[in-house]
Design a protein around this ligand. Structure first.
Ligand code: SF4
Length: 286
């Protein structure tokens, strides 16, 4: 295991004391150190929001981009430099709302990018508005009488979209969350880790999560069973933590792209490809 201090940034997090994002940051650092991935092997991209400030608080390559748009850039980075472990860290507003179209297509195409969504069921940075995962009846600044909207279930939606790895962790259990992030990084293809990360200022759900949570491994859930995963993802009075679904049967986009390029060009010429030849080979994947 590498020294955790390797990942310390000069910038201290400005999150509110008690924010769940601290636990996610600790779990991410622990996962990288355990997998012995030095900072120069890792790229972390984010969008906009409290949680999206994370790349500034960890010493790896990073980019802090437009609201909802970290995935397209992360995908480009992975294609350009397959040796990097590419991770996106962002909130539920950023990834399940504004940028959810990118998430669906990244899952469908099985890009080898790891998405960690710090899900707090609210827009925290903009001081407490309804988010896509806010519950029906939830009172927020934009729903003072309680939300009249049914929440998005990102896990079962992405299962239907063809995601090959779907897990849920909790910032209050950074040890398990670190394990889930490690498994996501080791997975060949797109991986979602929905990290419940309570916003103690605008929507504190620590007590609710602790009351409802259980470990999927304790009930012997089989992550290869998509039907069982779907049912567990849709439990309303319980919150399962662990790996809901995982399959290695589908190759990643990058594996397919690499084999397509190398099969259409003699091996001895691959390293001498011109920019035009590479663009031509990539065009079929647009
Ligand atoms: Fe965390 Fe909420 Fe504070 Fe943002 S507003 S830093 S999400 S506790």
């Amino acid at each position: 295991m590498l020294n955790l201090k390797l990942y310390d940034s000069d910038v201290r997090p400005d999150w509110c004391p008690g924010c769940g994002d601290f636990g996610v940051l600790a779990a991410l650092k622990n996962a990288l150190a355990t997998l012995e991935l030095p900072p120069d092997r890792v790229q972390i991209s984010s969008g906009i929001g409290c949680s999206s400030n994370l790349p500034g608080y960890i010493k790896t390559y990073g980019h802090h981009g437009l609201h909802g748009r970290p995935l397209p850039i992360a995908i480009g980075i992975k294609i350009a430099n397959p040796n990097l472990v590419v991770i996106v860290t962002a909130g539920d507003g950023d990834e399940y709302g504004i940028g959810f179209n990118h998430v669906v297509h990244a899952a469908r195409r099985n890009h080898d990018v790891k998405l960690i969504v710090m899900n707090n069921e609210i827009y925290g940075l903009t001081t407490g508005q309804l988010s896509p995962t806010s519950k029906s009846g939830q009172r927020t600044k934009t729903s003072p009488d309680g939300s009249i909207i049914y929440p998005l279930n990102p896990l079962s939606t992405l299962l239907g979209a063809g995601a090959t790895f779907i897990a849920r962790g909790f910032s209050g259990d950074p040890k398990q969350l670190s394990m889930l992030i490690q498994e996501a990084i080791k997975h060949r293809g797109f991986a979602l880790v929905d990290a419940i990360s309570p916003c103690v200022t605008w929507h504190d759900i620590y007590d609710e999560v602790r009351r409802k949570m259980y470990k999927l491994e304790d009930v012997k859930h089989d992550p290869s069973d998509a039907v069982a995963a779907y049912h567990r993802m849709n439990e309303s009075e319980k919150i399962g933590l662990g790996i809901y679904y995982r399959t290695e049967e589908r190759p990643s986009f990058e594996e397919l792209m690499h084999s397509e390029i190398t099969s259409s060009i003699p091996a001895e010429n691959v390293k001498n490809l011109t920019k035009d030849q590479i663009a031509q080979a990539l065009a079929q994947f647009q």
